[in-house]
Design a protein. Structure first.
Lengths: 405, 331
């Protein structure tokens, strides 16, 4: 179990000064657990870097809340929901953890959110995509920061059509996640006056995309949408580069891809790729300052998952402070009520179903010769207003009336 | 003269045999003592260790034990056991969550479902031997994996979430930690005892004969294929029992349990603990699950630690932990 030195110092200081305030903090410590994949395929997507972002949030908050120390712990769930569930239970039952955050991959996020709901604890998801988290399986104490499949579909589907990409062909991973991405994106393409010319399904964890890419190429569609994730997307992009698809005038749109994956792939292969993210370090001075601090600490720039985790931790601490306690219901109420204004979300609001609504952006990866520095990857193409990017409470499928007040 | 030396040799031999028997008996006695201590320890354990963690260990221990029935005693390396473990978890989770079944009944459904899958997979696989057998089981389990990936009731990569634990037989509230703990312990002991009985029955001895020399077993008139298929189905059923129970304990059923990595993990557990020993796989499972959970918070990636330990195990004690311990006691 890792405890930050600053936190330790904060603990000692807090112990010495012994606050007179009669505020209620259970066990005299606010404990936040970061649970994500640190050794598997999502190790760069969130991973240890999310933990570093969370540490920065605690530092920026001052190390204490209501004169009580803040403690961060983290664990690697190895992409296994059963390990995640086991660790989360143990954290809640025996380690006095007050909230669990990050939670990369849908099956893990849903499992831990279900558990948190049952135990009456707060969870804030930044690393998982499924809209179920704030839909049918929503929780009064569950929050979804950063992105979801709907926002990605609106961003990449809708905004790209407006930017001229009005005929589409999909390369879809042959399982539920792929279908839902294809369907949602396809809907936004059509809503905005675009047309879906066709799609082809490839098996999960494919190595050879050549026949699928050739079909996509010969379809004549302006945009080739990659409705898949992780290694599949990376492989498809690499092979598309070999086929000269982007040079041939077609656009490549990845539906789930972040700065970390672009960096992993390199600008040579990823150039011209369109993707949606909620945050980029080179958008404004605030972001640049945060990015540079993060760079100093970790040697890399954060993506929306890591910056989102920073925001989630910070917002939680603000809510604890505003509520004057770390009691779940009071903090959840404050989280719903307070606006989210930090380096990540400039003007965020939390809906009743737990969805944090803020603006997303459509980016295009630069050509290698346009890059000015190591992490200078994106050109901003369009802004997707939060109200478009995310489902409203009514459309989310979350029955907020069941929340016990 | 020759008759004298013969009787002398016979006497020496019978004395040797008696000694061997005595050693066997003392080993059996040690085994019994260890078993009693282990059961007593497990009964007391939830007061000292976090119960959900021990329950997870018990589920995996039962899974590895079932796998060992096939690998250790029948000499069949199945590389598709995750299909039975994870498949049963899906059946149970669906029965409890959607159909509102009573947990014990749902667990039995999972085990029977796994047994039926085992019958189909086994029927095809036992026609081949060695590496071909392993490949056939792998191929069929991958097919089963894709069915679970695609079938609507499994919810794809989201998995079946929030499975209610319910009331056992409508009487015992399984949401209370101690209730569910003793329920799981009971299932584990029943499954474990079943494997022990199978191994020590005449049927089990025939299995071991097949493992040692299949052609000789055939020439002695045993219908080897039936014995193998029987072992395969029993192993699949008990693996299913373990998977079903895990679905109730952790309240989820996901693709992780049916993926081929899980089939590899159970091989690892069995080899670490000691293939072909009764307690070995359980020890191996406990070790692997403990590492996965307690090294999750360390700075070194868990997979690296597990890998290093596996390599050390293979290099230093090839019979596995329990296998080496038995050899040490026999000396």
């Amino acid at each position: 179990m890792r405890i930050d030195k600053t936190l330790l110092a904060a603990t000692i200081v807090a112990g010495l000064t012994m606050p007179a305030a009669a505020q209620e903090i259970s066990d005299d410590v606010v404990k936040i657990g970061i649970l994500n994949d640190q050794s598997g395929v999502y190790a760069d997507f969130g991973g240890k870097w999310s933990v570093a972002a969370a540490e920065m949030a605690v530092e920026d908050f001052g190390g204490t809340v209501l004169d009580k120390p803040i403690e961060l712990i983290n664990a690697d769930h190895q992409n296994k929901p059963d390990i995640a569930s086991n660790i989360a239970r143990e954290w809640y039952d025996t380690q006095q953890v007050d909230a669990i955050m990050e939670l990369t991959t849908s099956s893990v996020a849903l499992a831990v959110q279900g558990l948190s709901k049952e135990k009456g604890k707060i969870d804030i998801v930044t690393g998982a995509a499924t809209t179920e988290l704030t839909g049918k399986q929503c929780s009064p104490y569950g929050f979804h920061w950063a992105y979801d499949t709907h926002a990605l579909a609106v961003g990449t589907g809708g905004a790209l059509v407006k930017a001229g990409g009005d005929t589409w062909f999909f390369l879809t991973a042959d399982y539920a996640f792929g279908y839902s991405l294809e369907e949602q994106t396809g809907n936004f393409v059509k809503e905005n006056g675009g047309e879906v010319l066709g799609s082809v399904r490839h098996p999960l964890a494919s190595n050879d995309f050549s026949s699928f890419l050739l079909q996509a190429q010969s379809s004549g569609a302006k945009v080739i949408g990659l409705a898949n994730a992780g290694l599949d997307t990376a492989n498809a992009i690499k092979q598309a580069a070999e086929f000269g698809i982007v040079q041939g005038g077609q656009k490549l749109a990845a539906l789930l891809f972040t700065l970390a994956e672009v960096h992993g792939l390199g600008a040579e292969s990823a150039q011209g790729l369109n993707l949606t993210e909620g945050w980029y370090w080179d958008q404004n001075d605030d972001n640049r300052k945060f990015g540079e601090r993060f760079m100093e600490k970790t040697g890399r720039m954060p993506n929306m998952i890591q910056a989102g985790t920073y925001s989630a931790v910070l917002s939680y601490l603000k809510a604890v402070k505003a509520a004057g306690t770390d009691e779940t219901k009071a903090v959840a109420a404050k989280l719903h009520e307070l606006p989210v204004e930090d380096v990540f979300a400039k003007n965020g609001k939390v809906q009743e179903n737990g969805r944090m609504v803020y603006d997303m952006y459509l980016f295009q990866v630069k050509k290698p010769d346009e890059m000015k520095g190591d992490w200078d990857y994106y050109n901003e193409v369009a802004t997707v207003p939060g109200s478009d990017a995310f489902l409203s409470v009514e459309n989310s499928g979350c029955d907020v009336s069941q929340y016990a007040k | 003269m020759s008759s004298l030396t013969d009787t002398g040799a016979a006497q020496v031999e019978s004395r040797e045999r008696q000694k061997a028997h005595a050693r066997q008996r003392s080993l059996a006695r040690i085994g019994l003592i260890i078993a009693v201590i282990a059961v007593a320890g497990l009964i007391a354990a939830p007061f000292f260790v976090y119960p959900v963690f021990i329950m997870t260990v018990l589920c995996f221990a039962l899974f590895a034990t079932a796998f060992n029935l096939l690998l250790g005693y029948a000499g069949l390396l199945s590389f598709g056991h995750a299909a039975f473990f994870g498949g049963a978890a899906y059946f149970t989770a669906h029965a409890v969550k959607v159909w509102g079944w009573e947990p014990l009944l749902a667990i039995l459904l999972g085990a029977v479902g796994a047994g039926l899958m085992g019958l189909v997979v086994g029927f095809v696989a036992i026609r081949r031997q060695g590496i071909y057998f392993a490949m056939v089981t792998l191929a069929l389990s991958q097919m089963i994996y894709f069915i679970f990936l695609q079938a609507p009731f499994t919810h794809g990569e989201d998995g079946i979430q929030g499975v209610p634990r319910g009331d056992l037989l409508g009487l015992v509230d399984l949401n209370r930690p101690l209730n569910i703990y003793y329920f799981v312990l009971l299932i584990f002991l029943v499954g474990f005892y079943a494997v022990w009985r199978i191994v020590h029955s005449p049927y089990g001895h025939v299995l071991q004969a097949i493992r040692e020399n299949e052609n000789r077993a055939i020439s002695l008139g045993y219908r080897v294929e039936r014995y193998k298929l029987g072992a395969f189905v029993m192993s699949a059923t008990i693996a299913g029992l373990a998977g079903s129970t895990k679905a109730i304990v952790l309240q989820i059923a996901t693709l992780t349990d049916v993926a081929w990595q899980m089939s590899g993990e159970v091989v690892l557990m069995t080899l670490l603990g000691g293939m072909g020993t009764i307690f070995g796989p359980a020890v191996g499972a406990a070790l692997v699950v403990t590492m996965q959970n307690y090294f999750a918070t360390s700075d070194v990636p868990v997979t690296v630690i597990v890998g290093v330990i596996f390599v050390l195990c293979v290099l230093l004690f090839r019979r596995g932990i329990v296998g080496e311990a038995i050899r040490f006691l026999k000396r």
